[in-house]
Ligand binder design. Sequence first.
Ligand SMILES: NC(=O)c1ccc[n+]([C@@H]2O[C@H](COP(=O)([O-])OP(=O)(O)OC[C@H]3O[C@@H](n4cnc5c(N)ncnc54)[C@H](OP(=O)(O)O)[C@@H]3O)[C@@H](O)[C@H]2O)c1
Length: 186
Amino acid sequence: MARLIYSAITSLDGYVEDQEGKFDWAAPDDEVHAFVNDLERPIRTYLYARRMYETMVFWETVSTGAEQPGVVRDFAEIWRSAEKIVYSRTLQTASSARTRIEREFDADTIRRLKETSLADITIGGAELAGQAIAAGLVDECHLFLGPIVVGGGKRALPDNVRTQLELLGERRFKSDVVHLHYRISA
Ligand SMILES: NC(=O)c1ccc[n+]([C@@H]2O[C@H](COP(=O)([O-])OP(=O)(O)OC[C@H]3O[C@@H](n4cnc5c(N)ncnc54)[C@H](OP(=O)(O)O)[C@@H]3O)[C@@H](O)[C@H]2O)c1
């Protein structure tokens, strides 16, 4: 059975986006980027909420020429080769290949997808990931905590959900970003 995995780069106080809607402070340096690439490499299906998809679709058209850093070229290839399912009630058309739009996030459908998938699946977009965590669908999460407090914004983890976590691994990067890898108990 495939695992459903949530990854987020957050401020130390747990936000993926600040009160002004910005998250430039979360941009990974090459070391973190390379680590994220290795996490994403085996994933064959990304579940995206619409806002996260609109950010990530940049990778469909970014130049992969020799002028780009290796981590950028690497991630563009990883991203383009994966299947994407975008959850949105408003998006009319997808602007990337291997992409379909779903109007509803249905827990039973995701359970079946996990049962039948040969590779792990990721979910992105804090709002949608929060619904998946609340429904008990998320098996693991990777949090990258940056050395910044932003004081408010969009929380990486949902309100009104209580769940026990098991720490599977941790790493400190040169940029003072800390990676925490957790298993979420059923
Ligand atoms: N920290 C970082 O490193 C980082 C990286 C990339 C992006 N971000 C930003 O983080 C923010 C995440 O924002 P967010 O958590 O508010 O948005 P999100 O979870 O990415 O997207 C929310 C949208 O997903 C759709 N959706 C949610 N639940 C649904 C359901 N049950 N059925 C169908 N559609 C559903 C809705 O789209 P519709 O309105 O179309 O119906 C909803 O408005 C974004 O601004 C993203 O760009 C942060």
